[in-house]
Ligand binder design. Structure first.
Ligand code: BG6
Length: 258
């Protein structure tokens, strides 16, 4: 019953999960890069995965930003909040995204749609170490960070390294550094190479990918042929219990390429 007919064969999902070294994949039909309805299907499939994973009662969900997460928020409804007491909180401080795709806004929107609560995490991405320690002492920031650390679900997307660096207005010097280090993917403000090694990091405030193994449910949502390499690189570092929601275009590219 989990996942409707908009989903690819279970055999392919198992094959992809196996290739990526994770327990679960959900593959929606089509290419979310090119096709709006496929993108909505991926968002809807994500809400179904959440509905399946979330227990009754209280849960904290740490969310990241980006256009994929905006869609996931739009696909959420009261159903997810039924018999649940949900708290949405941004997993990281500012990553230089424009306001409408920031994690703060997405968390708030998810809370509204599910009848849950949300908390903001206002922390700039570049701070000097003195400021950093002071920020961590701020009650409002401290409380949000405590929630993030104890979240039972983390929900995020994966981007192409150079696209994300440009979107976030990183300077020419950093862009060159990223090219030199052959960064292919970005998630949580961390840029990684094809081997999954971190080559550059934005914002030290909030959840680090190294903490993912201790979060009970990890849900990554990323599709499109264009993100296939980024997804494959990222999954080298992802804990085995990660659940990937993706599309046919990315899945085929990953399964057929190397
Ligand atoms: C965010 C992640 O959730 O999604 C980023 O925090 C990632 O690290 C981004 O790069 C991808 O953005 P988009 O717009 O492709 O969904």
């Amino acid at each position: 019953k989990l996942m409707g007919q908009h989903v690819q064969s279970q055999e392919k999902e198992a094959k992809l999960a196996n290739k990526l070294g994770i327990h679960h994949c959900t593959i929606v039909i089509g290419n979310t890069d090119a096709d709006q309805s496929s993108a909505s299907d991926m968002a809807r499939a994500t809400t179904e995965v959440l509905d399946f994973l979330l227990p009754e009662g209280a849960s904290t969900i740490a969310v990241m930003g980006g256009t994929t997460m905006v869609r996931v928020a739009e696909a959420m409804g009261q159903q997810i909040g039924l018999n649940r007491d949900l708290m949405f909180v941004p997993a990281r401080g500012g990553l230089g995204e424009s306001v409408d795709i920031q994690a703060n806004v997405i968390a708030e929107n998810m809370a509204k749609r599910t009848g849950g609560k949300s908390r903001a995490l206002y922390a700039p991405e570049h701070v000097r170490s003195e400021t950093y320690s002071l920020l961590l002492e701020e009650p409002e920031i401290k409380e949000s960070l405590e929630l993030v650390e104890n979240a039972s679900v983390v929900l995020y997307s994966i981007g192409n390294a150079m696209e994300m660096a440009e979107r976030r207005g990183m300077n020419e010097e950093t862009l060159n550094e990223l090219r030199k280090s052959e960064a292919v993917a970005e998630a949580f403000g961390e840029f990684i190479n094809q081997e999954g090694e971190i080559v550059y990091k934005l914002s030290r405030i909030g959840l680090q990918s190294s903490k993912l193994p201790s979060i009970p449910h990890v849900v990554a949502v990323a599709g499109g042929k264009n993100k296939a390499r980024a997804i494959a690189a990222h999954m080298k570092t992802a804990p085995p219990h990660t659940w990937l929601v993706t599309d046919e275009a990315a899945a085929n590219e990953i399964l057929n390429g190397g």
